[in-house]
Design a protein around this ligand. Structure first.
Ligand code: AMP
Length: 315
């Protein structure tokens, strides 16, 4: 018999998308301004963006110094924070970056791993995860997470990384790459990981490492999607004012994975639309510092921009 209580239970357990990554305090400088100690982190941008499409569960760690108003930002989108550990003594992960005139390249000035050094990610209900995103963070920890989900059940495991980990933990990163279905990288990271300048050849090399789906982000020049032997290219949504590119990649991934999880499908057609949604989400993030612009988005903003984007790319 379906009682009210059992309906509630079923509803509560619908959490198709899980993200594990960083929840951070960032300090960012761009040619247009500077913001100290603002809300950031790969899992923060990802989950906020994905939550426009599907329910999201987050696993990460912060210190006791993590500002409560930043936690509220995630709560306002009903992101499930049961997996957000609060370390009793350590400080929250901090990143300081700068963009010069070329906004496509972030210059990392400081990375303080802090609580990430002792982080032991715990995935409760690993046998209920349908879609998993291993956001940019330590590949050893990404592997630890992967071991906690039931591989035959999970429909898609995706991974993001960055130059910091390619340089410092290449071996561990390659091990985790072997076990994922989708990898999302920017063009510089793709070249750095493979030692191959040509992105098509580089994507083939990555495919040989394990993933079937490779998504190469090229900042203002758009995105390339490789799915087995099929290929799709999309420009970026053209903007006349890019203010702060921080989080664009994570927001892109959030829109992409959120859409895939919502459709509950991993066909080439779904993936093409997913990268379009990802591009639209990223185009909002870069218009303001931190998650500020995402927080302003209303019901129809995403679809309106997607229609504009569709009109711009159709010929
Ligand atoms: P992106 O989408 O690539 O611009 O990512 C920006 C976010 O990544 C920032 O909010 C940072 O807090 C976070 N971040 C920076 N460095 C790292 C790192 N080494 N590992 C994980 N997250 C990082």
């Amino acid at each position: 018999m379906v009682t009210k209580a059992s309906i509630k239970k079923v509803k509560k357990s619908v959490q198709p998308l899980l993200v594990v990554g960083t929840v951070a305090v960032d300090s960012v400088e761009t040619p247009f301004g500077k913001r100290d100690e603002c809300f950031g982190g790969s899992a923060s941008y990802f989950s906020y963006s994905a939550s426009f499409f599907t329910p999201v569960r987050l696993v990460a760690v912060v210190g006791k110094d993590f500002p409560s108003q930043y936690r509220k930002v995630l709560e306002e989108k009903n992101i499930n924070l049961e997996g957000l550990q609060i370390h009793p003594t350590g400080k929250t992960f901090r990143w300081k970056g700068k963009y010069d005139f070329d906004l496509n390249n972030a210059q990392t000035l400081e990375t303080h791993l802090n609580v990430l050094l002792q982080f032991d990610p715990v995935v409760k209900g690993g046998n209920q995860v349908d879609y998993l995103f291993l956001a940019n963070f330590d590949p050893t920890l990404q592997m630890k997470v992967l071991k906690q989900v039931e591989r035959p059940r999970v429909k898609l495991v995706a991974l993001d990384t960055m130059n910091f980990w390619i340089q410092n933990k290449r071996k561990d990163l390659k091990t985790v790459i072997e076990h994922v279905d989708l990898i999302v990288l920017n063009d510089g990271e793709t070249r750095q990981l493979t030692g191959e300048n040509n992105l098509i050849k580089a994507a083939r090399k990555i495919r040989d490492m394990g993933p079937d789906i490779i998504v190469v982000k090229k900042g203002e020049h758009g995105v390339l999607l490789f799915y087995r032997d099929q290929f799709f290219a999309l420009p970026a949504f053209p903007l006349d004012s890019v203010f702060d590119p921080t989080g664009a990649g994570d927001t892109f991934a959030g829109g992409m994975m959120g859409y895939i999880a919502k459709q509950n499908s991993v066909t080439f057609d779904t993936l093409k639309r997913a990268v379009a949604y990802g591009s639209v989400m990223a185009s909002f993030t870069v218009e303001k510092f931190s998650l500020d612009r995402l927080r302003e988005l209303g019901g129809s903003d995403i679809d309106e921009r997607l229609s504009e984007f569709r009109a711009l790319t159709k010929f």
